[in-house]
Each structure stands twice: as C-alpha cells, then as structure tokens.
Design a protein around this ligand. Structure first.
Ligand code: KIV
Length: 298
C-alpha cells in the first residue's frame, strides 16, 4: 500500500493562534484522533487542535473507563497520529497515574510525550496549577481540563455534570482562574452547565474548549468515535452524530463475507495471471503443479 504525503498545510496552529482566535471571536475546532488515518483526515478537514485523548482506553481499547491506559499505550497512539498531522496543534493526553504521584513524575512523563510522541502540548485533568507551572517552566505547553473529568470518575461517583450547586459553581470558576494564572494555554470545560462555561469563558483571556458545556465556549471538542457512531453505546446529550460508521462498516464487512462465501470475490480482474504468451510454456508437470498451487493460494 502506498501512502501519499500529507498535503502542504496552511499556517501551523500554535497556542498563539488559539489566543488570536479567542480575541477575534473565531471558534476553535477540535477533535480526538488516535491513529494515522483519522488524524490525517481531521488535519486535512481543517480541525485546529487534534487531541490524542485518553478516551482511547474506552473507544479504541474497549475498556470500562480511562483509568487503566498507560503512558506507553498512549505514546504508541500519539506516534501514529503524529504522522497524520501537519497543520493542527497536536496535543497528547496525560493518562491517569502519570502525573498524580508527584510533579517530578508529571514533568518526566510529559517530556516523553514531546520527545517520543511528537506532541506539541499535553493535557492534564483537574485543578493542578503548581504542576502546570512546573510543566510550563520545562517548556511544555499545557491544556488544562476541568468539570466532568473522567479520570476522577470514582471521586465524582460516576460521569456526572459538575458545577450545578453554588459551591461547585464557585469552585470551578476559581479553578479556571488559577489554571490561567499558572500558565495553561487553553482550558477544556467538560460536562457543566452552559451558563457556568459562558461565565468562565468571559472571565479568562485563554481560550476555553467545551465538550458538553454549551455553545459559548471559544471552541468545541468531540471524541471522533462519538461523531461517527463507533461507540456501541447510547450517546450523551451533547453528542451530535455526523455519520454512521457502524452501519457503513457493518454493511461493508457483511458484503465482503457474502462475496467470499459465494465465491464472487476475487473476480478475474482482481486476480493475478501468467502473461498470455507464457501460458503455452506451462506444460512441464513441475511448473504446472507450482502454478495450480499458486492459484489455490490466491
Ligand atoms: O480523552 C479525551 O478524549 C478528552 C476529550 C474528550 C476532552 O479528554
């Protein structure tokens, strides 16, 4: 299979571009991708920020939560997606356990995502302004992430919308301000009331990127598998399905299977043949035997 090089990109998206977008009130588009093909498609479609999310634990690996995915597994997908991205800002998610034990650990693991994975920034969940400062001091741009943070599923008691009570509302506003002060270049707001996300967005100078947080954020992000219906589960309220890949792939796989069973595949023009003028030469028993073996294999 030959892979043609990715088309020359228009201007590369950087943390500064995201800031300019916010100032110009131009929405930021963002999507997850976990491999070369989807990252390339997202990049070519003009998505501004591509995230190798730890959601891959669930949508690619079929795990129950994001918690078990490891740094090495994330790096494997980060390297694959990296090869498809030319224009978008390319961000890797730090998995659970890779920055929770100590800031030193966090900096060491984040460094791996830049050096080994080719990431241009990392994303971390939760209110960790001190860690953000350490990462920024190590020249690592940071996208912070608050609200419904899936790595906190056990503390939250499930995947629940956050910020509905007055106390939570105030806490999340403060977390957002602290993360901006600590040097985060953007902030993901997940699973919170639209009104709260709108207020945080208006208060901050860094861009907010929403998922289940209403339309007033500076940008939006979705999980690729949600977008194309590859999750095998009912979608959350905020998910809009733009395609039905499950249906498309199911039909394609079923049609292929039927064609094999009915010997309709491969057809004559999908098979290799001896050159016409060599047919006569295949008279020797040994060669004829080799040829029929070859045909049986094909
Ligand atoms: O892991 C992920 O895909 C994410 C996005 C949904 C923000 O964190």
């Amino acid at each position: 299979m030959s892979l043609t090089p990715v088309a020359a990109p228009s201007a590369k998206i950087t943390p500064n571009t995201l800031l300019e977008r916010k100032q110009a009130h131009q929405p930021i588009t963002s999507l997850t991708a976990y491999d070369y093909a989807t990252a390339r498609l997202a990049d070519e479609a003009g998505i501004d920020l591509i995230l190798v999310g730890d959601s891959l634990a669930m949508v690619v690996m079929g795990l129950e939560s994001t918690l078990p995915v490891t740094v090495d597994e994330m790096l494997h997908h980060t390297r694959a997606a990296r090869r498809g991205v030319r224009r978008a800002m390319f961000v890797a998610d730090m998995p659970y356990g890779s920055y929770h034990l100590s800031a030193d650990d966090g900096v060491a693991n984040a460094t791996r995502f830049l050096k080994e994975g080719g990431a241009e920034a990392v994303k971390i969940e939760g209110a960790r302004p001190e860690l953000v400062e350490r990462l920024v001091a190590a020249e690592i741009p940071v996208v912070a992430h608050i609200g419904l943070t899936p790595q906190s599923v056990h503390r939250m008691g499930g995947y629940k919308v956050q910020g509905k009570t007055a106390a939570e509302y105030g806490r999340l506003r403060k977390e957002a301000r602290d993360l901006e002060k600590s040097g985060a270049c953007a902030l993901v707001l997940e699973g919170m009331p639209r009104e709260l996300a709108a207020e945080i967005t208006a208060e901050l100078t860094i861009p907010t990127i929403g998922i289940g947080a209403g339309v007033d954020c500076d940008g939006q992000i979705l999980v690729f598998h949600d977008l194309v219906n590859l999750t095998f589960a009912p979608p959350a309220r905020f998910v809009r399905r733009y395609a039905d890949a499950a249906e498309l792939f199911r039909n394609a796989i079923g049609a292929y299977r039927d064609d094999v069973v009915e010997r309709r595949y491969p057809a004559e023009d999908e098979s290799y043949h001896l050159p016409k003028n060599a047919r006569g030469a295949v008279a020797e028993p040994a060669v004829a035997f080799e040829t029929s073996k070859l045909r049986r294999k094909a």
